[in-house]
Design a protein around this ligand. Sequence first.
Ligand SMILES: *Cc1c(COP(=O)(O)O)cnc(C)c1O
Length: 395
Amino acid sequence: MNTNYNSDEKGYYGSFGGAFIPEMLYPNVEELRRNYLKISQEPEFKKEFHSLLKQYVGRPTPLYLAKRLSEKYNTKIYLKREDLCHTGAHKINNTIGQILLAKRLGKQRIIAETGAGQHGVATATVCALMGLQCIVYMGEVDIERQAPNIARMKMLGAEVRPVSSGSRTLKDATNEAIRDWISNPEATFYIIGSVVGPHPYPDMVARFQSIISEEMQLQLMEQENRQNPDYVIACVGGGSNAAGAFYHFLENEDVKLIAAEAAGKGIDSGESAATSALGKIGIIHGSKTLLMQTDDGQITEPYSISAGLDYPGIGPMHAHLFESKRAEFLSITDDQAMQAGIELAQLEGIIPAIESAHALAVLECKKFRPEDIVIINLSGRGDKDLNTYINYFKL
Ligand SMILES: *Cc1c(COP(=O)(O)O)cnc(C)c1O
């Protein structure tokens, strides 16, 4: 049996992944492919990366034993507190890594696409930090829905370019970013925000996010005198926080991995983003993976109450983890996630991002033993979701 869950040299996870790109993009992607491992393994790079993670992002993030939550579910639950990262979520781990790569490749211009605006903010943040030009493509519909994040990006000095083609959402913004990259190949670096896109992006992003499980192992050793938990649970949009949380446990099958996807209003409601349940093999964003699409291959518009899980595909690593059954995929509805979100607030005094609340909702769906150690990756904080919480609970 193939127990390798990382990408091979061509960027394949089992039959998923690869680099399906227009010929005009080949030089850019090839430049990155040739250099990403070499540069990111240089001692100077590692030193700068880890120093920024520590001094700027605030790592290591705590591994917090949630006592009241554990009591309620009669098992031992730890929360990995990515919500305490600078800018409020795990996304910054990746953008720091990519901006350091961009600088070493001599790029002066950074582009990104964003749906909910979270990745746009994380990218604008590191561009300000490094003094690089930042252009963020965003669909017009998303711009309307995410006003505070537009303000954040502008305040950080980024230019937000509205995209008016197609459904005016994330996939259209992605197309525009790719078009920009083709037109400006020399000076531009394209920062992708999840473990998606053509090789080497999924592997590169997973490596930058793998700091999450690296810290989990050290912290669990300190607190429990063992390196491995029984379960790791994370939500999956594109899959970057889950990839980071799973990374150092992938080869150890004693550690069970659970991925929580957004079922939206229900798998069969037509308003969902549960890709493993509904997706079929297709190509999105330059990568062969599972994808929600119509019978003739048109990408379907996903829906979730949480903007960050509202993505029509999953990264190729997760498609492979699903197909090989290395990870269990559970679909969590809007209602289940919202209940789990308010429960965490009232049991532990932590208001989670609604994305992260999908991972928390797994506690209601699955029975754990009292002696199990369960780590839930709390990918982000809920401040950005306050309006959604207010409207849902009539607060
Ligand atoms: C963007 C985001 C996600 C989803 O992205 P992944 O790449 O799947 O991690 C999850 N949680 C938070 C808080 C986010 O901002």
